[in-house]
Write a protein that binds this ligand. Structure first.
Ligand SMILES: C[S@@+](CC[C@H](N)C(=O)[O-])C[C@H]1O[C@@H](n2cnc3c(N)ncnc32)[C@H](O)[C@@H]1O
Length: 293
């Protein structure tokens, strides 16, 4: 019997780090008067699943292929099972079928049903709206998790979260997507440039990631500058970390590069603390959870 893959270890790793932070956050703030919330802006269905294919020898000596699914709890289900519970859970999911499945959490956890807020909308617009209230003026504090498939989070959204000064953020940054968008010669199509501008919230990324080559190009009889990419995953990570530091009170200095089974970087898992007073302890905890890499 052969097994073809299961839930990737980087997915488990990512979820485990966030889960541990949620536990530590609830303990650290348990004797305060804050109302503690969890916001999951790319909440999914509640489960992470992946098909596993088995090849089984049948009685008649033919090979049958059986597909089953490997399931583990996703971020929303992990958050809902913390002890003690959060006072409010906000789950945002754009895809309507996934949203339907996610909505079943209310039935499965009836004791928490009144604390669960479900939003079937684009994460950027929903988060920016949620962040517009005066968080600091209330006693609300939150942990938010941004767990997109790719480059869906705009910098405007991250800035809105930072501006609340009340929300701690775990964010998955799409290293491999960005590395692919940054082609070798720096001749990047306008659509892709715009995507990178939205992701980073400014345009100086080009100067960070490219150098002008010594020799120039002759194009249409005109002398034209030639650019070379001088970027690795580490530089892209450092630039994103720098962007976080420009907006948040404090940022964990040891983000985790999540790699696939071929050891290729996929995402960067970063942590940023929103509240200036709480930031040193929040970052200390996150730094410990992220560990030595
Ligand atoms: C990587 S999955 C999230 C997994 C989830 N955090 C978990 O641990 O189970 C990304 C999810 O974001 C949803 N999504 C993609 N683009 C979105 C958007 N712009 N706004 C909200 N949700 C989006 C997808 O449908 C998908 O369910």
């Amino acid at each position: 019997m052969h097994e073809f893959g299961n839930i990737d270890s980087w997915t488990r790793d990512k979820l485990e780090k966030v889960r541990r932070y949620l536990d530590a956050y609830l303990v650290a703030l348990k004797n305060t008067s804050f109302s503690l919330e969890y916001i999951d802006a790319f909440a999914g269905t509640g489960f992470v699943s992946r098909p596993i294919q088995f090849q089984a020898q049948s009685l008649f000596d033919t090979e049958d292929s059986v597909v089953v699914k490997d399931f583990i709890d996703g971020s929303a289900r992990l958050a809902i099972q913390t002890i003690p519970a959060f006072s409010r859970y906000t789950f945002i999911e754009k895809h309507s079928e996934r949203f339907q499945q996610l909505s079943k959490l209310r039935d499965e956890f009836p004791q928490l049903a009144e604390r669960i807020y479900l939003i079937n909308e684009d994460a950027n617009s929903a988060v920016q709206r949620l962040c517009r209230i005066d968080w600091l003026g209330t006693n609300r504090r939150a942990v938010m998790f941004l767990d997109p498939y790719g480059a869906q989070v705009s910098w405007e959204t991250i800035e809105a979260i930072a501006a609340t000064r009340a929300i701690d953020l775990w964010v998955l940054f799409p290293l491999s997507t960005v590395n692919r968008l940054l082609n070798r010669n720096g001749k990047i199509q306008n659509g892709r440039k715009k995507r990178l501008d939205l992701l980073f919230g400014q345009q100086d990324w080009f100067d960070k990631f490219y150098t002008e080559a010594q020799d120039r190009l002759l194009f249409d009889g005109k002398d034209e500058a030639r650019f070379e990419k001088r970027t690795s995953f580490n530089e892209i990570s450092e630039y994103f970390q720098e962007r976080l530091r420009s907006s948040f009170a404090e940022v964990a200095p040891n983000p985790l590069i999540l790699k696939n089974s071929h050891n290729s970087p996929l995402f960067l898992l970063s942590f940023a603390a929103g509240n200036p007073r709480g930031a040193p302890i929040a970052v200390k905890i996150a730094r410990h959870i992220l560990g030595n890499q």
